[in-house]
Write a protein of this length. Structure first.
Length: 156
């Protein structure tokens, strides 16, 4: 009973090694990763020495219908799958926002590409050594010694 379509090998399935799946890995990406966002989605990226892999966080706040949430994941997963070998190694986690439910496929991909460029650029920046946003305070200027008992030049 052949349908005329080529048989799909099991290796064509999206491999587990290309996915962020475990809660501790999601937590690490959220805590230590570089974040970039658009109104449609946010992307968290944590560089490491493993091949590029992706995870999704699409909550019911985005849309209560599983069909919509799965469409968002499918569009972005297919894009990621096609470009995985060209991406920097590390873990990528996409967090969909409510506007993603109304976005078309090209809009989702455009938002993903935009946040991807931002996150990779931030990851390439050297870490800041300062603990805050202000430069360290300069030491107070040395004051002239105050003489005891001598009248000041401005005294009458």
């Amino acid at each position: 009973m052949m349908t005329g379509l080529p048989a799909v090998e099991r290796t064509a399935r999206y491999p587990r090694s290309a996915r962020v799946r475990a809660r501790p890995e999601f937590d690490a990406v959220f805590a230590k990763g570089h974040r970039a966002a658009t109104p449609i989605l946010a992307l968290h990226y944590l560089p490491d020495d493993r091949a590029a892999r992706i995870g999704f966080a699409v909550s019911r706040k985005v849309d209560t219908r599983a069909v919509i949430r799965n469409r968002i994941k499918r569009v972005l997963r297919d894009y990621f799958r096609r470009h995985r070998m060209t991406l920097a190694s590390g873990a990528y986690v996409v967090v969909a926002r409510p506007q993603a439910a109304r976005a078309s496929g090209p809009e989702l991909i455009g938002a993903f590409e935009h946040t991807l460029r931002q996150a990779l650029r931030r990851a390439a920046l050297p870490p800041s050594l300062a603990s805050g946003t202000m430069p360290p305070a300069s030491p107070p200027p040395e004051q002239a010694p105050v003489s005891c008992g001598a009248p000041s030049p401005s005294a009458p």
